[in-house]
Design a protein. Sequence first.
Length: 100
Amino acid sequence: MAQAVRWTHPLSYLNTDGKRHPVENSFAAATMLLGLVAVISAWWPGLHVLGSWTGLVGILAGAWGQYISATTGERFVTIIGLGAAAFGFYLGVAHGGLVP
């Protein structure tokens, strides 16, 4: 039998168990944001310091977010952000590292 899907909130994908997880969702969103900044800044070699540091912080935040995650949606978002942060970090290090 087909069931109707109700779309209540954009974060409902992250809270698939029906409970609120504000800390875990914050880590997933922060990891995604840091990974996005790291990947975007990795395209310009002059921004290697920004890309390296945001990538490193994104990797650490993603690792902790993965450790405390409660649902599959949180893990999915965290892994995507973690991969982007690692990519930005490695390209930032390849362009000059953590120091100017």
